[in-house]
Design a binder for this molecule. Structure first.
Ligand code: CO8
Length: 264
């Protein structure tokens, strides 16, 4: 809070329980310049470290969530520039954020914009959301996880079709059907944002360490093989029995009352 950003807006809502990040370069359809991504990462890390924040919401503006990496900024890069500067390397730090991140995708989520949405933990789509990986039209390929994540979300055939043609975009309804997003929120962008904040509030009511353990476990399914993932889940499940919040949660159930988590 109080930080001045130029490409995004970052604000605390709901008494500090929700960190809201709004991508704010509407004239460029929120193209993800390096400056914008540095700010997104800075805001995410600030909220991740804030003990009050229980969930983070990322959204766009007007007709775009984000129309991809900034093509104007990237077009003259040579291999040596991309390699030496570790271009896009820091984007992956988003997957190290422990607090849940909810993407409220209001419009275009293309290229890096679709990849940013897939880096989030829960994706809610507005009616006008449109997902695509048009990199091949520009003579390049997805660079921040798109080739790895899209196949896990929508299956190989549809992922290949989207990536290889660069043209077959996915609308909100199909994205929900295939599981790329959890659901479509009907109505305006404001209704979408309100719903994302409401989901964030529900998460913020839970025990923070238990939420972080659960997120780590679910993400393990992406990153490691099944048996390794099961082992990870088991050890983090055991770990919850070391928390007072587990004792309180189960006691409250037996006493037919709401749990009063200490680490909310
Ligand atoms: N980068 C830079 N500027 C953009 C981008 C972009 N990705 N997308 C839109 N803009 C700009 C346009 O140039 C235009 O600017 P200006 O007014 O100065 O001409 C303004 O935003 C409005 O755009 P349009 O006039 O094109 O708006 P339309 O409504 O006609 O079209 C589209 C909307 C269909 C979304 C169209 O803008 C489009 O196709 N955009 C490009 C989409 C795209 O190809 N994205 C993939 C980019 S590559 C990528 O993401 C690689 C990721 C891996 C590397 C990650 C590195 C960080």
């Amino acid at each position: 809070k109080g930080k001045e950003y130029t490409c995004i807006q970052a604000e605390l809502l709901e008494g500090g329980a929700i960190g809201l990040i709004t991508l704010d370069r509407p004239k460029a359809l929120n193209a993800l310049s390096e400056a914008l991504m540095k700010e997104v990462l800075d805001a995410l890390q600030t909220y991740d470290a804030d003990p009050q924040v229980g969930a983070i919401v990322i959204t766009g503006k007007d007709k775009a969530f984000a129309a991809g990496a900034d093509i104007k900024e990237m077009k003259d890069k040579r291999f040596v520039d991309a390699y030496a500067s570790r271009f896009v390397f820091h984007w992956n730090s988003i997957s190290a954020i422990r607090k849940p991140i909810i993407a409220a995708v209001n419009g275009y989520a293309l290229g890096g914009g679709c990849e940013l949405a897939m880096l989030c933990d829960i994706v809610l789509a507005g009616e006008k959301a449109m997902f695509g990986q048009p990199e091949l039209n520009l003579g390049t390929i997805p660079g921040i996880g798109g080739t790895q994540r899209l196949i896990r979300e929508v299956g190989k055939s549809r992922a290949m079709e989207m990536i290889l043609t660069g043209k077959h975009f996915m609308d909100a309804e199909e994205a929900a059907q295939k599981g790329l997003v959890s659901r479509v929120v009907p109505g305006s962008n404001d209704a979408l944002l309100a719903e994302a904040i409401s989901v964030g509030k529900q998460i913020a009511q839970q025990s923070k360490p238990v939420v972080a353990l659960a997120k780590e476990c679910v993400n393990a399914a992406y990153e490691i093989g099944l048996q390794e993932g099961i082992k990870k889940e088991q050890s983090l499940f055991y770990a919850t029995f070391a928390l007072e919040d587990q004792k309180e949660g189960m006691q409250a159930f037996i006493e037919k009352r709401k749990p009063d988590f200490k680490h909310k």
